[in-house]
Each structure stands twice: as structure tokens, then as C-alpha cells.
Design a binder for this molecule. Structure first.
Ligand SMILES: O=C(CO)COP(=O)(O)O
Length: 261
């Protein structure tokens, strides 16, 4: 099944709202419209930047989309510091990352919390990018496939098949995040295909074949072609390389099969 590649730039805690405007404009300038027929591109800035990004995307009629790095499981009320999916939807957000390993580890986000956040995203018409991935000790023990399929099942179990069809999953081995130690394309394929098989048990083969599964962890313009070229890898969740306009645009163009004539 042909799945349009998705490249998502997770800016993490970088770029104030003015820097965000400049970065989005530079990415748009460096990535001509013709690429957007072959790759979906989204940027995930800090919450404080989203309104500014919306303004420049809408004002300049840019083809890239944008979203958030987290979401509250709740819709409104006494949840100090949290951000409702209703507010993100109002800002024109498309995607929202849930269960990033940095939130799982530093904020105690369990699979159950990740499930509730994915649910909240879907409730507000947002596409959750549900992150799973093993720590180094699990990789070294050879239990990474079982770990990731279990994390996938626990994070998505309870969604209907129709809801699951709307989800993006990102496989991000923790030992590859921010380390420059990128998983091999074969590593990515092994786990992404196992995740797809797990989704098939949850929601059937058609839905499993239709969803996009991304790889994340030290992706750059130098390694993205081989990784996204794998049968079950449908794009990338990019951290550091998404903060440099030319590097990110080049990475997106490669994922689109470019350079295009
Ligand atoms: O965590 C990541 C994206 O969500 C990956 O970060 P790096 O690309 O910097 O390794």
C-alpha cells in the first residue's frame, strides 16, 4: 500500500515565537511546493510559538502543517499548566506528539496516560503521533521487539479500529535520541514491521497497512533515504536536524524521493 511519507520536526524546547516565524519561513523557502505532493511535512514547536506559526502558515499560504509536542488528557478545567486539545485545534494544529520518551521518563507518563492523551487528540480532531521505543538495556538484551510491541498495544489498546486508523506511530529507540547514534535502517524496519503486525492484531490488516509508522532518533539528511526506503518505515520524527532550515528541507526533499526536477 502506498503511504505518503511524513516528516515531523520535533523542535523540543527550542525557538521562541520570533525564531519560530523565521525558521518556518526559511523551511518554506528551501522546500518548493512540488515536494509537498510527495511528502507531508509538519513542524512541532513549543506551545508558545504555535499561534505565531499559525499566522505565518496561514498568511503565506504555506503547505507545511504544524502541531504540538504534548496535550492534556483533559478538555478544560483545573489542570494548571496543561494545554487542551480544544485549544490546539482552534490554533489549526494537525498533529500532536504523545508519549515521547522524554515525557515518559521525565514526567512519569505511563502507557495508560499516553492512551488517554491519544484519545484526547482524536477527540479534538488532531492526529496523535504515539511514540514507543526501548531503552539501551532492552536493546542490548535483545528484547526490543517484544518491548515495543507491548508498549504499542498498551498505549493504543481501547481505541476503536476507526480511531486507530487515524493514528501515527513513531518508533524512537531511546538510545538513538540526541546521541548521534542512529539505528540502522534494518533495526528501524525490524521494529516498525513488528509494530505494524501488532496493530494488525488490534485493528485488522487493512488498518495496519494504512497507518504511517515513523522512525526517530538522530535522523539527518545523510541517513534518511535508507531509513525511509524501508518497507514499513513511512517517515521520520526529527529532533536536532529539524532546527536547521536547510538541513530539514533537504531531509524532507530526500524523503519525497528527491531531488525532483
Ligand atoms: O526525539 C526525537 C524526535 O522526537 C529525536 O531527536 P534527535 O533527532 O535529535 O535524535
Amino acid at each position: 500500500m502506498a503511504r505518503t511519507p511524513l516528516i515531523a520536526g520535533n523542535w523540543k524546547m527550542n525557538m521562541n515565537h520570533l525564531e519560530a516565524i523565521a525558521l518556518v519561513q526559511k523551511i518554506a523557502f528551501a522546500l518548493p511546493a512540488k515536494y509537498f505532493d510527495k511528502v507531508d511535512v509538519t513542524v512541532l514547536p513549543p506551545f508558545t510559538d504555535i499561534r505565531s506559526v499559525q499566522t505565518v502558515v496561514d498568511g503565506d499560504k504555506l503547505l507545511l502543517t504544524y502541531g504540538a509536542q504534548d496535550i492534556s488528557a483533559h478538555d478544560s478545567g483545573a489542570y494548571t499548566g496543561e494545554i487542551s486539545g480544544a485549544f490546539l485545534a482552534k490554533l489549526g494544529a494537525t498533529f500532536v506528539v504523545v508519549g515521547h520518551s522524554e515525557r515518559r521518563s521525565m514526567h512519569g507518563e505511563t502507557d495508560e496516560i499516553v492512551f488517554s492523551k491519544a484519545n484526547a487528540a482524536l477527540r479534538h480532531g488532531l492526529t496523535p503521533i504515539v511514540c514507543v521505543g526501548e531503552p539501551l538495556e532492552v536493546r542490548e538484551s535483545g528484547d526490543h521487539v517484544e518491548f515495543c510491541t507491548q508498549q504499542t498495544a498498551n498505549s493504543l489498546n481501547g481505541l476503536s479500529a476507526e480511531e486507530l486508523a487515524k493514528v501515527v506511530i513513531a518508533y524512537e529507540p531511546v538510545w538513538a535520541i540526541g546521541t548521534g547514534r542512529v539505528a540502522s535502517a534494518e533495526d528501524a524496519q525490524e521494529v516498525c514491521s513488528a509494530i505494524r503486525a501488532e496493530v494488525a492484531t488490534l485493528a485488522g490488516t487493512d488498518i495496519a497497512e494504512g497507518i504511517r509508522i515513523l522512525y526517530g532518533g538522530s535522523v539527518s539528511s545523510k541517513n534518511v533515504a535508507e531509513i525511509v526506503g524501508k518497507a514499513d518505515v513511512d517517515g521520520a520524527l526529527v529532533g536536532g536536524a529539524s532546527l536547521k532550515a536547510d538541513e530539514f528541507a533537504t531531509l524532507c526533499a530526500i524523503a519525497a524521493g528527491g531531488p525532483l526536477p
